[in-house]
Write a protein that binds this ligand. Structure first.
Ligand code: GLU
Length: 299
């Protein structure tokens, strides 16, 4: 176990070095901020200049502040990940967040990242703690009572993660008598309780805590979106696997403050016009973990 951890660490370090190397020489590609972050993927886009977003209170706040505050995840490899040693943030969602910031005129050194778990996302937006949130955030009517979404920018589905040698669990109907781990405030936890009949459910703030429980043998399965699960499998292919087929549709949106239609329209237009950028980010971050998908139309 220890050996494979070291190996994974080395692989991630190499991946991080490659990413940094790609950005060398591009404008703004090697910046640092309070979080110690190094540049994103600026080669794919330029930081916009002379941006105006009439009627967007969120953009007005960013402009006044001279920077963007983005909510993200930090423990989801391929999507929203923070290297504990270097502080570097990587992943599809993180780069989507950077791309949006650049389209609004903000460079990497003007982005502050806040790691916010699933259960606290709506409140962070309602409180104005963050300007927008990009982190495996499914668009739901319930959430739309408090916030709005731009997108969707990705579609995945709820799945199950089990130990590599587990032959009993091949779908959500096999969970009777089993202990299933998921995250507080997430749609998969709600669905597994409402629509299926697991022996028991346990909940944590993050999916990486569930992975620790699965590796320790204290839960039988983890349930969340396959795109998230595939990132964990890519780190430990000998120890864990995805079981069965996806059994929901999770449409990922960018969480924004309620009523900011100017910001919503701006982000949707960016996605609509930016198919090449989307594809490059998908190929870089998600395809290597075996995730399939194409860019969805925005709502
Ligand atoms: N996409 C699901 C949700 O928004 C699960 C992933 C997550 O917790 O971020 O609840």
């Amino acid at each position: 176990m220890r050996k494979s951890r070291i190996f994974v660490g080395a692989a991630l370090a190499i991946a991080a070095l490659t990413l940094t190397a790609c950005n060398t020489g591009t404008p703004g590609g090697t910046s640092t901020d309070a979080g110690g972050d190094t540049g994103g993927d600026e080669a794919l886009w330029e930081v916009a200049t002379d941006v105006s977003l009439e009627g967007s209170p969120t953009f007005d706040a960013m402009t006044e502040r001279g920077g963007v505050v983005v909510g993200v995840k930090n423990d989801q490899p391929g999507l929203g990940y923070e290297d504990a040693t270097t502080g570097e943030r990587t992943g599809f969602d993180v780069d989507i967040a950077r791309w949006i910031a650049a389209s609004l005129g903000f460079s990497e050194d003007q982005i502050e990242y806040q790691t916010i778990p699933s259960a606290n996302r709506e409140q962070a937006l309602v409180n104005g703690d963050i300007d927008y949130y990009v982190g495996t955030y499914s668009i739901t009517d319930k959430r739309k009572e408090q916030i709005d979404f731009a997108g969707p920018y990705f579609i995945t589905g709820q799945g199950l993660l089990v130990a590599a040698d587990n032959e009993d669990i091949n779908g959500p109907d096999d969970l009777e008598g089993k202990i299933v781990c998921s995250v507080t405030g997430s749609t998969p936890l709600q669905r597994i309780r409402d629509e299926f009949n697991p022996g028991d459910t346990v909940e944590y703030d993050t999916y990486s805590q569930c992975v620790e429980q699965l590796l320790a043998g204290s839960v039988d399965a983890i349930t969340t979106d396959e795109a998230i699960l595939a990132g964990y499998v890519a780190q430990r292919p000998d120890e864990i696997k995805i079981a069965g087929e996806p059994f929901s549709e999770e449409r990922y949106g960018v969480g924004i403050p309620k009523g900011d239609t100017a910001l919503q329209d701006h982000i949707n237009q960016l996605f609509t016009d930016g198919g090449d950028v989307w594809q490059a980010l998908f190929d870089q971050h998600l395809a290597p973990a075996g995730i399939a998908g194409e860019q969805p139309d925005v709502d």
